[in-house]
Design a protein around this ligand. Sequence first.
Ligand SMILES: Cc1cc2nc3c(=O)[nH]c(=O)nc-3n(C[C@H](O)[C@H](O)[C@H](O)COP(=O)(O)OP(=O)(O)OC[C@H]3O[C@@H](n4cnc5c(N)ncnc54)[C@H](O)[C@@H]3O)c2cc1C
Length: 464
Amino acid sequence: MASTCKYGTLTSGLIRSLTEIVGEKFILTGEGRENYARDEAPHSISHLPEVVVKPAGAKEIADILLLANRHKIPVTPRGAGTGISGGAVPDLGGISLSLERMKKILEIDEDNFCATAEAGVSLNEFCSEVEKHGLYYPLYPGEMNSSLGGNVATNAGGMRAVKYGVTRNFVLGLEAVLASGEIIRSGGKYIKSSTGYNLTQLLIGSEGTLAIITEVTVKLIIPPGSRELLLVPFRTLSEAIGCVPAILKENILPVGIEFMEQDIFQMVEEQSNKRIPLQGYPAYLLIMLESEGIEEFHTQAECLTSVCLKNGAVDVFVPDSQRAKRNLLDIREKFYPTIQRSGMLDIADVVVPRSQIALFVEKVKEISQRFGIKVVAYGHAGDGNIHLHPIGSQKEYPRSKDLMVALYKAGISLGGTISGEHGLGKDKKKYLPLAASPEKLALMSRIKVAFDPNRILNPGKVID
Ligand SMILES: Cc1cc2nc3c(=O)[nH]c(=O)nc-3n(C[C@H](O)[C@H](O)[C@H](O)COP(=O)(O)OP(=O)(O)OC[C@H]3O[C@@H](n4cnc5c(N)ncnc54)[C@H](O)[C@@H]3O)c2cc1C
């Protein structure tokens, strides 16, 4: 059991009350609950919720929480279930609170460059609606089916963080329901505020442990003129990663810089009909650029080509059609599912200062050799966030746990921390004491209890 709190029993009387709140069509107590028992985390152990409720809005959520709080029933919020830390898994049974019906885009405010939507809307739907208004929401975590609320709850990052930052850099305001059933609003359609504690920022990344996010206001920007890619092969991974600081010193800010090794490309080729251009090199950088037009792009490409070639690149490939660009992005988006099918034992998304990436990756290789377990590494070289996957057979699984500790310790020793964007959920919660002092952990516990004295919200996640 993940928590020492004593929880109540979900009686048939309580189920009847929940049914009255959401309506019979929107509650599951039998078949169908298995779809809410896990997320996309590798080796995530399924836990069936006793009941799944699908409220239509904040008021219904408030009524559900009022009831759950009174009877001490665990509540696990759920967006699209694409999380990879076991955050939406209802470990203690209880209520899985799905936001799947709350998908309305409430306003796209062209004058204030912002949009407000219900938390259950998918990032895909949200971005296409925003684009219809000639505006742009640049967040691009690899999984566009994730929900806006899930992105806020995990502080999702993705492949455009070098230029734009992560979800917290775009959220202006939130509506949220507290464990007590009270509905609060924090922030709004304004850019500045020095008005008390910033609860918006506290709720971002809280992984459903402090409140249920029901509505999100984010800032929007003018869309870029064009998006281009450069694929740059290197003879060694350390040359590829070592080139990143040189790129960032130029007066061109790429949207993202991803690094990858040959083995992951080979895995994608074996498992799909995708073919990688410029095959056969040990390591690559994929540089994503935005420009106002083709002339600006040529200037950027010329400058970065020269920087890369001076820093060990063998060649530079510029896909010249939308199809070729989409092919490269598709390949990148396939990394996670491909590794998942290749015996993924775990996943880490350690973040280190950018200047330490090369050293960190060297340490990863050393640890991988020491444990005799292959570790596939790729990720956001431009922002220091490295995805690491030990792969192997089931018999290596217990040993891979010690390897994970070694990887986290290595990242922390270089000034980094445990998770750059996936969150701790239940799977990485145990590593938090490696990165946070007892004083900091105690303060986090006090914040949790201030928001949720009965610890009904997502128990067993982030912190006990
Ligand atoms: C192939 C693949 C690629 C991915 N790539 C990236 C990437 O590049 N960058 C990245 O950051 N992530 C990535 N992810 C992880 C995932 O998509 C993100 O964590 C995403 O933000 C989760 O959103 P979700 O709606 O699926 O949330 P869920 O998985 O449903 O929930 C995630 C957490 O948020 C809580 N939660 C969800 N909704 C709410 C709410 N409304 N209020 C309060 N708490 C809530 C849940 O309880 C849980 O703790 C990837 C996942 C996959 C499968």
